[in-house]
Design a protein around this ligand. Structure first.
Ligand SMILES: [Zn+2]
Length: 352
């Protein structure tokens, strides 16, 4: 990247930080702004950029331009925990969720799905939870169906999660809660070509391995991971033409009901740090660690919530003047996307 361009981007980041904090910075404070954790900057943004949709970077290290929101209520879905303001995603994700919700209702999953976190308005790292969900292509779906009577806004804040595990046993699905429809729902999610991976608890993956009689090839997309016993997580492929989006290495062929799954049932993934071991102090990701276009995304003008809510009134923004800055950096910044030091997926033995 040329010095002029780098300076331009640094300027955009500086403007974004000033705009977000609501007060100007004097020269001496600029350095401290650079060390601000990116989650604090992205976590405060209320609205998406008014620009063409673009996932930028990797699922666990990036941001998003031109996000749209899924409406809080639809015929076959409800968005949960509205106060978190995380129902924003790439339009491909939002359109997918609407379609998936219909298919879920059709296969007998209540009257549709309850949708958990997608992404923040401009993506990026979050103040609480989630290593990924940063580029608008990850979404959490509750293992609780949407009830026939819509939940109130308050109920959507307070309704407790229901674990699918029997917590009195080691990594075991609760057979009074888990039903064949749960299995069908997860496998339905894995069935779409635009879905890249589906994350579930290892106990759930094992249950599917032991019981699924449908197309076993789709099981390979269902990946075991910590948590994910109250909800499952759908990850989409980078949409066609999204040049700033860094794809994840494809899943290995096969159903994944192998050594890679067996590893979760050993002590290793659950081992506590040795007594006296020095805790590793995590270094917070800063804006400078993210793809450079993310500073331009922060600096871009906001869309209104209404104009950016998916549905009949939503019109996809066409690339415009403000987008040039974002696109310019995406085009120039392919070096950003070479970073392989990404904390997920978690290390595990190579699948057989
Ligand atoms: Zn998730």
């Amino acid at each position: 990247m040329t010095g002029t361009k780098a300076g331009f981007i640094r300027h955009l980041g500086f403007v974004a930080v000033m705009a977000l904090t609501g007060f100007g910075l004097v020269a001496g404070e600029a350095a401290s702004a650079d060390s601000t954790p990116a989650k604090q900057i992205f976590g405060k943004v209320q609205l998406p950029s008014n620009s063409a949709a673009s996932p930028i970077g990797f699922y666990a290290k990036g941001c998003m331009a031109g996000a749209v929101a899924i409406p809080t209520d639809g015929p076959t879905w409800q968005a949960m925990r509205l106060s978190r303001n995380r129902r924003w995603g790439n339009p491909a994700m939002i359109a997918f969720l609407e379609r998936f919700s219909q298919d879920a209702a059709q296969l007998g999953w209540g009257s549709g799905i309850l949708i958990g976190d997608i992404s923040q308005p401009r993506g990026g790292p979050m103040l609480t939870g989630h290593a990924s969900h940063q580029i608008g292509l990850d979404a959490d779906i509750w293992f609780t169906p949407k009830p026939a009577q819509p939940l109130s806004a308050q109920a959507r804040e307070d309704m407790p999660f229901t674990s699918m595990l029997d917590k009195s046993k080691f990594l075991t699905v609760n057979s009074t809660r888990w039903t064949p429809t749960h299995a069908k729902l997860v496998m339905q999610a894995a069935s779409y070509p635009q879905v890249e991976r589906v994350f579930v608890n290892p106990a759930i993956k094992k249950k599917l391995c032991d019981t699924w009689t449908g197309d076993r090839s789709l099981l390979g997309k269902v990946r075991p991971v910590y948590g994910h016993d109250e909800h499952f997580h759908i990850r989409m492929h980078c949409p066609p033409g999204a040049s700033g989006c860094k794809a994840q290495a494809p899943v290995a062929s096969g159903d994944g009901c192998d050594k890679s799954l067996a590893w979760w049932f050993t002590k290793e993934p659950w081992a506590k740090p040795k007594p006296g071991a020095k805790p590793v102090k995590p270094r917070f990701v800063t804006l400078a660690d993210l793809p450079k276009a993310c500073a331009a995304v922060l600096a871009a003008p906001a869309a209104s919530e209404q104009s950016a809510t998916f549905g009949t009134a939503y019109v996809a923004p066409q690339p415009q003047t403000g987008d040039a800055a974002i696109q310019q950096v995406i085009n120039a910044g392919s070096d950003d996307l070479q970073d392989t030091a990404i904390p997920i997926p978690l290390s595990r033995p190579a699948p057989q």
